[in-house]
Design a protein around this ligand. Structure first.
Ligand code: SF4
Ligand code: F3S
Ligand code: FES
Length: 253
């Protein structure tokens, strides 16, 4: 079954822009990215869009469809009423480069700010042994495709550019949580307290667990329940741990 859909697509660049109207053919089984490609082929050859895999795995085609952060390649046209106007805009939390392409370098900056896994000094990589339970806990977080839809939707930065320097965002707080849960991470032995840095350097306290990040994650990772809330609990335990309190007192002298 084929029908003609009405699309509004944001066209412009860093200087500004607006929504352009298109009537375009839609065929059964197509996704929004197919329609964007058809627009490029027929009506808008210079329409900029970033994509790679068309399989929900590269995380490149993130945008907003009818105001909701989504992957263009994983949003089926069948979820819309044929008479409905489909509006496609670039991710709002990041600066526009052109049309649907945004500059996501904020996320790379935040990624670099999280210190990597610290290998246990007494073990060679082939000697690592972990309980399946421990592997399972953080495996969920490794499904992340770095689409940055969670970063785009989180209200802490979505409309508050001024919070960006102090807030890593859900994707990278989840990374801190993953490393903090890792039974072989030897960060603490080398003087790196991931719970403290989560609070003081990555802005964990800004997150008020609204769960919007979890709602938009295409990998269905329970970012809030399984990463952010446990990290908050662990950071709070650390703060009120009498030994930590005593240690801080002594260090301050
Ligand atoms: Fe995308 Fe989910 Fe990873 Fe966030 S956690 S970047 S929404 S895959
Ligand atoms: Fe933002 Fe997710 Fe927390 S949307 S406020 S990081 S629960
Ligand atoms: Fe790779 Fe959409 S094109 S996730």
């Amino acid at each position: 079954m084929t029908h003609t859909a009405h699309f509004k697509v944001w066209r412009g660049d860093a200087e500004g822009g607006g929504l352009a109207d298109y009537d375009i053919e839609v065929n059964e089984g197509e996704v929004v990215l197919d329609i964007i490609h058809r627009l490029q082929a027929t009506q808008a050859p210079d329409l900029a869009v970033r994509w790679n895999c068309k399989a929900g795995k590269c995380g490149s085609c993130s945008a907003e469809i009818n105001g909701r952060p989504r992957l263009l390649c994983m949003t089926r046209m069948s979820v819309f009423d044929p008479a409905e106007t489909v509006t496609v805009t670039p991710m709002r939390a990041f600066p526009v480069m052109r049309d649907l392409v945004t500059d996501v370098s904020f996320n790379y900056t935040k990624a670099r700010e999280v210190p990597a896994f610290v290998p246990p000094p007494e073990l060679e990589p082939g000697e690592y042994r972990m309980m399946q339970e421990d592997v399972g806990r953080s495996q969920e977080f490794r499904k992340c495709i770095e689409c940055f839809l969670c970063q785009d939707t989180c209200h802490v930065v979505r409309d508050h550019e001024e919070n960006k320097p102090a807030f890593a965002g859900p994707r990278f707080l989840m990374r801190v949580a993953e490393l903090d849960m890792h039974p072989l991470d030897a960060a603490a032995e080398s003087g790196l307290d991931r719970k403290r840095t989560a609070q003081e350097e990555h802005g964990l306290g800004y997150c008020n667990i609204t769960k919007c990040c979890t709602e938009v994650c295409p990998e269905n990772i329970k970012i809030t329940d399984n990463a952010l809330i446990p990290l908050k609990e662990r950071a709070a335990d650390r703060k009120y741990d009498p030994l930590v309190w005593l240690g801080n007192k002594i260090r301050r002298r």
